[in-house]
Design a protein around this ligand. Structure first.
Ligand code: NDP
Ligand code: 2IT
Length: 447
């Protein structure tokens, strides 16, 4: 990935110096900048207004101590973060991740991507992200609750329904959102839509749980339709077995595909008859177990330890676990095995080398900021319902989600065409997402 535009090249060199210890953030900026060169040539006004210089610097980033007491009465300390990256389009919006790998680089890459993703939804949402290097695995419900309460005790002063609205991400699901919401309400004495992904009894939206995975499949359907085909009858491999993976599998199956493999960070299962989602939900959502347990329920399935899931031959690959989980070598294997489409359910799961291989080989490729935007879009719909004190039916929310995913696909294709990038959806997503934010920043003056 090279940046040739002289202004962007100099700026990127400066960004590398200033953020030398943040490889994931630099990776995300490099990808966006290489797509935006065509914009920089056409729009000198954006360079003059310092839009590129400003968009890579968070409006605000906080890092804070989270101290809590575990079940053995030992004091534990984690580091919490919230990056409030860009508020040109609306209140900061983006998930919270609890995973031991969380650091400033990961939070900044996720927050940066979120700016463009949220812009693509067409809703009024700024970009933000947060998290902590806390590992919920193996913790009791009481420990998770005390951690969430400690985390929110600091975060509460920085967020609000019109300021910054967090949601879930890796390691943060319905249980954690409940504890976080309860603590916010207790501290502020205010019942507002300050978080999304809430339970249905206290302001959550129907379809939010399913939204990222369903939206991913709606996007894939658009992409496949452009080649006169669909998910029906396709073999699909999905990495991960968390929120995004499970509901991508559910929708792909409903649309006639056969989902033959799923994974977690320990290994992957292959079920040539199509994964049994009731079993997966029981293991992952109810018992919080490991994917290896699948073979106890479904003896004809195989379990393989390790990261080899991309060796399973498939027509469509949906990486739905984490960043940089699909490398150049994996992409080459997918191509060799006849895969026709790859769509990112996770954020930045494919390395730049992998994306190049997909493009060079004519594989349909959807970047996460477009194809996984259904989650945050439905969070936006949850905010709209909360603001109006109404709850919409499952069908109404799902119908809006489908329309949003169709629009994102159409707008990415159009932006790519308008700027001479053919049908490259990476370029289209970056250009379409960026232009709307850039116009809003121009209008709002320098800050
Ligand atoms: P979950 O915590 O529900 O599930 C994460 C899954 O990915 C688990 O199966 C987990 O396995 C696996 N995983 C996590 N980290 C690693 C790792 N380092 N190596 C291998 N596997 C790993 O998270 P979500 O499903 O919510 O999120 C998945 C991805 O989708 C993330 O990239 C997230 O940013 C993105 N995303 C999520 C949205 C949402 O609405 N939730 C919206 C848009 C994007 P294990 O249990 O072994 O850790
Ligand atoms: O990466 C993402 O878009 C999310 N984790 C969802 C964010 C949200 O605010 O719903």
């Amino acid at each position: 990935m090279t940046i040739q535009h002289p202004y962007l090249q100099n700026l990127f060199a400066d960004i590398q110096k200033r953020n030398a210890n943040e490889p994931e953030f630099l990776q995300a900026v490099a990808e966006v900048f290489s797509s935006l060169e065509v914009v920089a040539y056409k729009r000198p006004d954006l360079l003059e207004a310092g839009i590129f210089d400003r968009i890579v610097e968070p409006e605000r980033m906080i890092s804070f101590r989270v101290a809590w007491v575990d079940d053995a009465n030992t004091v534990r300390v984690n580091r919490g973060y919230r990056v409030q990256f860009n508020s040109a389009l609306g209140p900061y919006k983006g998930g919270i991740r609890f995973h031991p790998s969380v650091n400033a680089s990961i939070i900044k890459f996720l927050g940066f991507e979120q700016i463009f993703k949220n812009s693509l939804t067409g809703l009024l949402l700024g970009g933000g992200k947060g998290g902590a290097d806390f590992d919920p695995k193996g913790k009791s419900d009481g420990e998770v609750m005390r951690f969430c309460q400690a985390f929110m005790t600091e975060l509460a002063r920085h967020i609000g329904a019109h300021t910054d609205v967090p949601a879930g991400d890796i390691g943060v699901g319905a249980r954690e959102i409940g504890f976080l919401f309860g603590q916010y309400k207790r501290l502020q004495n205010e019942f507002t839509g300050v978080l999304t992904g809430k339970g249905l009894t206290y302001g959550g939206s129907l379809v939010r749980k399913e939204a990222t995975g369903y939206g991913l499949c709606y996007f894939v359907q658009e992409m496949l339709a452009s080649k006169g085909t669909s998910l029906a009858g396709k073999r699909v491999v999905i990495s991960g077995s968390g929120n995004v993976a499970i509901y991508a599998a559910e929708k792909a199956t409903a649309l006639g595909a056969c989902v033959i493999a799923l994974s977690d960070s320990s290994g992957y299962i292959v079920d040539p008859k199509g994964v049994n989602l009731a079993v997966i939900k029981e293991i992952k959502e109810v018992r919080r177990g490991r994917i290896s347990e699948y073979t106890q329920y479904v003896p004809h399935a195989e379990y393989h330890p390790g990261f080899g899931i991309w060796n399973v031959p498939c027509d469509v690959a949906l990486p739905c676990a984490t960043q940089n989980e699909l490398h150049g070598e994996d992409a080459a294997v997918l191509v060799k095995n006849g895969c026709i489409a790859v769509a990112e359910g996770a954020n930045m799961p494919c390395t730049p080398e992998a994306v190049d291989i997909f493009h060079e080989n004519g594989i349909l490729f959807a970047p996460g900021k477009a194809s996984n935007a259904g989650g945050v879009a439905t969070s936006g719909l949850e905010m709209a319902q909360n603001a109006s004190f109404l709850s919409w039916s499952f069908e109404e929310v799902d119908c809006r989600l489908q329309q949003i995913m169709k629009n994102i696909y159409k707008n990415c294709r159009k932006a790519a065409e308008d700027y001479g990038c053919g049908d490259n959806l990476v370029a289209g997503a970056n250009i379409a997402g960026f232009l709307k934010v850039a116009e809003a920043m121009l209008a709002q003056g320098v800050f």
